[in-house]
Design a protein around this ligand. Structure first.
Ligand code: SF4
Length: 298
């Protein structure tokens, strides 16, 4: 198949998730690690984005004993068109939650943790202090564990970002989600330029910067390549590219399913901009196999 480099890709307008091709079907491995991961989430009364966002990989990831912790509750103050997180007025943060995250990571013998949160525009610093508190707890209690935080944009507040810079996570991850043209449709309050600014500031602060996007919203290859360029220029070193799948009929429609070969093409194009690592594939998500990332060894 010849894959065009310009913006001539055929956009298929599909109203909802069609019959999925085999490369989008995740096998359901279960077993001892699956059970212990599920039990730990329940025993420590924690949220995971794996479950809150209905990630298609959760059986796969739980079966290898990996997960992404979601702190700051299960309700988001934004309502992005692609996302399955609940939207509404969240409760105040749970003061004991971070301690339970560390205990769950200890029980699961995690070597690398990924921590995210919903957008918390109701909190002055957007939750940055609680991310920082959790990174510090890991440094103090499980110093062998590497810590990746996947954050919202904190409303673009530099004071909140400085709190994140000071806590020195091993990886700072903030997703751009889609191309410039589609950002207002796909994201509710975050903007393309603010995301680039957040990534740039984080790189300038010396953090290892990662970002990710989903394809299938109707973007063109040309727009994707422009986005790779913008991310690289903003200092992003690690990139994930995965297939968007609507969580329900109420979410944004699916315009295109990319083949594994098309993901290979996107990876090749992105690597030309100098990323240390690009992970691209139908089932890739920003935290998919995050424990294997090469940037941790840089
Ligand atoms: S890819 Fe990430 S969000 Fe999805 S199940 Fe795995 S760890 Fe969770």
């Amino acid at each position: 198949m010849t894959i065009p480099k310009d913006d001539k890709i055929v956009v298929e307008n599909r109203p909802f998730r069609p019959q999925l091709p085999s490369f989008l079907k995740q096998r359901i491995p279960k077993g001892r690690l699956f059970a212990s991961t599920k039990n730990s989430i329940q025993d420590f009364a924690l949220n995971t984005v794996c479950e809150q966002a209905k990630c298609p990989n959760r059986a796969h990831c739980f079966s290898r004993g990996t997960l992404t912790f979601q702190i700051l509750g299960a309700v988001c103050t934004r309502s992005c068109g692609f996302c399955a997180e609940k939207f509404g007025h969240p409760n105040p943060p749970d003061p004991d939650e971070n301690a339970r995250v560390v205990e769950a990571a200890r029980r699961l013998h995690l070597k690398h943790v990924v921590i995210t949160s919903p957008a918390r525009d109701d909190i002055q610093d957007g939750g940055a202090s609680l991310f920082a508190d959790l990174v510090k707890r890991f440094r103090a209690e499980l110093p062998q564990v590497t810590v990746e935080i996947l954050t919202p944009d904190f409303g673009g507040k530099i004071e909140a970002l400085k709190i994140i810079f000071d806590c020195r996570p091993d990886i700072f991850n903030h997703n751009i989600e889609t191309v410039r043209r589609l950002s207002p449709k796909v994201r509710s309050k975050a903007t393309y330029d603010r995301t680039l600014w957040v990534l740039k500031k984080s790189g300038e602060a010396g953090l290892m910067v990662k970002s990710g996007l989903m394809v299938g919203h109707g973007e063109t290859n040309h727009e994707l390549i422009e986005t790779f360029k913008d991310l690289a220029q903003a200092g992003c070193r690690s990139l994930t590219i995965g297939q968007y799948l609507p969580p329900s009929v109420r979410h944004l429609p699916l315009f295109k399913i990319y083949t594994p070969q098309e993901f290979d093409f996107l990876k090749t194009e992105a690597l030309k901009f100098g990323f240390i690592e690009v992970t691209a594939g139908p089932l890739v998500r920003s935290s998919f196999h995050a424990d294997e990332t090469a940037v941790l060894r840089k």
